[in-house]
Design a protein around this ligand. Structure first.
Ligand code: SF4
Length: 100
């Protein structure tokens, strides 16, 4: 094809694939994320919250970050350590009034 030996094309293709795998392995490729909103009871603030999570589009629901949380005002000023990122299952809302 195009006068280029097949072995060179195969080597170039394998080099590109290996390079992409290495870049992905060290986190240099851009991450595909989406924003999802979840309503649950935060066991750390002990209140119901609505949180906008950054979710890994390819991670089957793995949360990468918190964009907004209604436990804070403004909601984008999240100052906790975001431990909710590591909750396995988000606790259901309890309907308790928010502490002043
Ligand atoms: S961001 Fe902080 S306050 Fe909000 S749900 Fe997560 S742990 Fe709770």
């Amino acid at each position: 094809m195009f006068g280029i030996p097949e072995s060179v094309l195969i080597f170039a293709a394998l080099t590109i694939v290996v390079g992409l795998v290495l870049l992905a392995g060290v986190g240099l490729l851009p991450k595909a994320t989406r924003t999802v909103a979840r309503v649950f009871w935060c066991p750390f603030r002990r209140t119901d919250v609505t949180v906008e999570f950054e979710e890994d589009s390819f991670g089957r629901g793995r949360y990468l970050g918190v964009k907004r949380c209604t436990a804070f005002a403004p909601t984008s000023a999240v100052t906790c350590g975001k431990p909710c990122l590591y909750l396995g299952n988000l606790p259901p809302v309890r309907g308790l009034p928010k502490a002043a």
